[in-house]
Design a binder for this molecule. Structure first.
Ligand SMILES: O=C1O[C@H](COP(=O)(O)O)[C@@H](O)[C@H](O)[C@H]1O
Length: 235
């Protein structure tokens, strides 16, 4: 990893404004450089304020492809679905929204991972931007402790999506997942991390300090990324 730069804000709204401006700049540059932008966006609760701010930017959404960094294996309209979140915020913009979840494989997380990988192979790579969130346990995207951790952080580099059975199950969304792998995230042209609160900040600082030997998903992913990473944090 080249460099980690922290950007600190007093409120989530101030942070959101900055992040939205940076995302809009990446989108504009990507459209100028290769005619379209491909962006992976975090799920969870933290980014809502960012997505509100992003919707106020002038963006030619018809040239943008959006996908979640990860998803929960639930029907696409379920409140736990990250795809549903993207539809809720960006569904009317004209952006193409790609789901990582194939509803035919909700009961088989490994098959769901394979189908998600197949689906993303149809996109042009690399992604222009990956915006990551972080859980207070240090997970990022849906790279979580459990039997699939090694495959997600250190599996074959050509694998972009894997299925994940978290162990232990996260209390707020106790379901199997599909996630971008660390290699797919690391291949993006730009990577940013968005988080709030002292607890998550301490987790991320400790994970980055541990480097490639970190036992925490966010530490392993940051260590994989060659380019510089911007971390946006607010109180
Ligand atoms: O399960 C997930 O959690 C993380 C963090 O979410 P938050 O609610 O603590 O902001 C999120 O980045 C990920 O996309 C999501 O699926």
């Amino acid at each position: 990893m080249d460099e980690v730069e922290w950007w600190e804000f007093d409120t989530p709204a101030e942070m959101a404004e900055q992040v939205a401006g940076d995302v809009a700049f990446v989108v504009e540059s990507a459209i100028e450089a290769h005619g379209g932008a491909r962006i992976a966006l975090t799920g969870g609760r933290t980014p809502d304020v960012v997505y509100e701010a992003l919707l106020k930017k002038e963006i030619d959404w018809s040239k943008v492809t959006l996908l979640p960094t990860d998803d929960r294996l639930v029907p696409l309209g379920d409140p736990l679905s990250n795809h549903a979140k993207l539809q809720h915020f960006f569904g009317k913009t004209g952006a193409e929204i790609v789901s990582l979840v194939d509803e035919a494989a909700l009961g088989n997380y490994q098959e769901a991972g394979r189908l998600g990988d197949e689906r993303l192979a149809r996109l042009e790579w690399p992604l222009d931007l990956v915006m990551l969130g972080v859980g207070s346990d240090g997970h990022t995207a849906s790279i979580l402790p459990g039997p699939d951790f090694d495959r997600a952080v250190a599996g074959p580099r050509e694998r972009r999506v894997v299925g994940v059975h978290p162990d232990p199950m996260p209390a707020d969304a106790p379901v199997d997942r599909v996630t971008l792998t660390a290699a797919a995230i690391a291949s993006a042209r730009a990577v940013m991390v968005v988080l709030t609160g002292d607890e998550k900040r301490a987790v991320v600082e400790k994970a980055i300090e541990a480097g490639p030997l970190s036992s925490t998903p966010i530490g392993r992913v940051v260590a994989e990324v060659d380019a510089s990473i911007d971390i946006f944090w607010s109180r």
